[in-house]
Design a protein around this ligand. Structure first.
Ligand code: AGP
Length: 609
């Protein structure tokens, strides 16, 4: 997510803006910029990379002015560059934005047809161009901004001001946060509390559909149509570090709870509900004839490899293309059979994992097309690929991957739907159902997140165990592996995941009263078989922790704990089942007092072999 900062008052705006952006650095970014009004004229300074680069630019070429906006960009459209950095200026207007404008291409086409020229590849520039266009049609700044914003589709938080108007900032909010800091003769706008805490603890939070006119004297909150709304001010009691975590104790818990929004952002602009399809123009470079791929190879490391295991089920069921999955660290040395008839899909949160990068290079050298599914725009792996499907999870700070994982699964579902429709594997009606099931998912995740208190209690009851066994079947077997990895990497407890049907071939020897057995049990055709596996566990005293969308009396009788999740399309159950397992790992780690966000021995991105 990008960092947003606005200031209007009597102090030097550029210093306040940069200091505020520094407190938003934890959000991750790849470029930054500020704009102020100097003697009534808009001045902009932008730099790629860290804020130090922007600060050195400001030392060489200072910015005066006591009204301004600043931004740190996490690229979602267009690579990190000075031209793509915010703020974006068009004529009399300058804008910063957090979120994704879903219909920016059609708006851009309309504006170009009116003779406007664009300086960047971003969706954001459409906003400044639209406002300026409406001002050139005779509307005043506020009316022009209101009209422009109502044309936007997608998720956005916008802050803007215009040439010659020293007296107001305008801000608009839909899905991404805006907080307004209330000072004496000065006011602040930010995407998150840490940016303003050193100036004031009196704030008000905008809600979706709110706009605010921010002056030195005060703040007027209305709807986009100008109808007044009441947003009471609040007193922030957090310390700055807690504030960076949005009030959560750890980044990991914050990122687990961010997953509904992360999935929404990953779907944004890609869903075509009416046609029962998805729109992935970023795949056009792979060509439209998917039948030329006889096989798809999914490769990754760690959690991303678990996403590939689920991806095999999705692609084979929805697209009916044979899929192989391999650890990148194995694939790169195995002299794999690759070539033009094979598509290699490399899944990586960071886009910098050395083994995955090497596997990509191996595939490219063998003549395979490469598709990167990645969370960091312009990282090394996307740069090597023929096409990139970006997840829009926003920066993932905690070493343990959670929202990146569920957005990888979302992206693999989008890919499978896209290829399945392209190959005519299912009709528009079936496609509409699949799209509908995906669009429902963020609210189902919100529901799954309500089990946090129950899971915290379970963690206390079983957190002393020295081993855990995770069981799952079919498409959910990889989630058993992922749950075990989450527990291992943040609580340091030995845990392993196993296909439930395999338990009798060895792991059943582990079962005793000391062994918590976490079983994934969605209501699907495998339910009865997995239930009978559970009876074998129960007969040997195993402590069963069942995660299910169907808590039957039979299950309640043999399970020590039952965590219920909402029912979902079986192809999307892996995403839902991940949520309680992430929470279990988190609360066990808390119980054991380990370093949740920076576990021992681990790195967020393994850029060495
Ligand atoms: C997951 O919790 C770990 N942090 C680790 O397994 C990670 O998934 C793996 O190192 C791959 O990283 P990448 O997705 O950035 O390529």
């Amino acid at each position: 997510m990008c960092g947003i900062m606005g200031y209007i008052g009597e102090q030097e705006a550029s210093r306040i803006l940069v200091d505020g952006l520094r407190r938003l650095e934890y959000r991750g970014y790849d470029s930054a910029g500020v704009a102020t009004l100097v003697n009534g004229s808009i001045e902009v300074r932008r730099a790629v990379g860290k804020l130090d680069n922007l600060e050195s630019l400001l030392r060489e070429d200072p910015l005066a002015g006591s009204i301004g906006i600043g931004h740190t960009r996490w690229a979602t459209h267009g690579p990190p560059s000075e031209e793509n950095a915010h703020p974006h200026r068009a004529g009399q207007v300058v804008v910063i934005h957090n979120g994704i404008i879903e219909n920016f291409l059609e708006l851009k086409e309309e504006l170009v047809a009116k003779g406007r020229t664009f300086q960047s590849e971003t969706d954001t520039e459409v906003i400044s161009q639209l406002i300026d266009e409406h001002m050139s049609e005779g509307l005043d700044f506020t009316a022009a901004a209101q009209k422009a914003v109502k044309q936007l589709e997608g998720s956005f938080a916008i802050v803007t001001f215009c040439h010659g108007d020293e007296n107001r900032l305008l801000t608009f909010k839909t899905a991404t946060p805006i907080v307004i800091g209330l000072g004496e003769g000065e006011n602040f706008v930010a995407s998150d509390v840490p940016a303003i805490l050193e100036h004031t603890r009196d704030v008000l939070f905008l809600e979706d559909g709110d706009m605010a006119e921010v002056t030195r004297e005060g703040v007027k909150v209305t709807t986009f149509d100008g109808e007044p709304v009441d947003r009471p001010s609040k007193k922030i009691t957090w310390d700055p570090i807690t504030a960076q975590k949005g009030g959560f104790k750890h980044f990991l818990l914050k990122e687990i709870n961010e997953q509904p929004q992360a999935l929404i952002d990953t779907m944004l602009g890609r869903i075509r509900q009416e046609e029962g399809d998805v729109s992935l123009p970023e795949l056009d470079s792979l060509g439209s004839d998917w039948s030329k791929f006889e096989r798809i190879y999914l490769t990754a490391c760690g959690t991303a490899w678990h996403a590939c295991l689920v991806g095999k089920f999705l692609l084979e069921e929805m697209a009916r293309i044979p899929v192989d999955v391999d650890y990148a660290s194995e694939l790169r040395y195995r002299k794999p059979i690759l070539g033009p008839e094979t598509l290699l899909v490399a899944v990586s949160q960071s886009g910098e994992t050395a083994d995955t990068l090497a596997a990509v290079e191996e595939a490219a050298a063998s003549g395979s097309k490469v598709l990167s599914i990645c969370n960091v725009v312009d990282a090394s792996i996307p740069r090597k690929a023929d096409a990139v499907l970006y997840t829009h999870a926003g920066p993932e700070i905690s070493v343990a991957s959670t929202k990146a994982f569920t957005t990888q699964l979302t992206s693999l579902y989008l890919l499978s739907l896209h290829v399945g429709r392209a190959l005519g594997r299912f009709d528009e009606k079936a496609g509409r159902d699949l799209v509908h099931d995906l669009v429902k998912l963020p609210s189902l995740i919100e529901e799954a997140l309500t089990s946090q208190k129950q899971i915290a209690k379970i963690a206390k009851k079983y957190g002393h165990a020295s081993d855990f066994l995770y069981l799952g079947r079919g498409i959910n077997y990889p989630i058993a592996l992922e749950g075990a990895l989450k527990l291992k990497e943040i609580s340091y407890i030995h845990a392993e995941g196993y296909p439930a049907g395999e338990m009798k071939h060895g792991p059943i020897a582990l079962i005793d009263e000391q062994l918590p057995v976490v079983v994934l049990l969605p209501r699907d055709p495998m339910y009865p078989k997995t239930l009978s596996n559970l009876k074998e566990v129960e007969a040997r005293g195993g402590r069963i922790i069942a995660i299910t969308d169907a808590p039957t009396p039979e299950l309640e009788e043999i399970a020590w704990e039952v965590v219920t999740i909402p029912e979902a399309n079986h192809l999307l159950a892996p995403i839902l089942l991940s949520i309680p397992l992430q929470l279990l790992a988190y609360f066990v780690a808390i119980y054991r007092g380990t370093d949740v966000d920076q576990p021992r021995n681990l790195a967020k991105s393994v850029t060495v072999e």
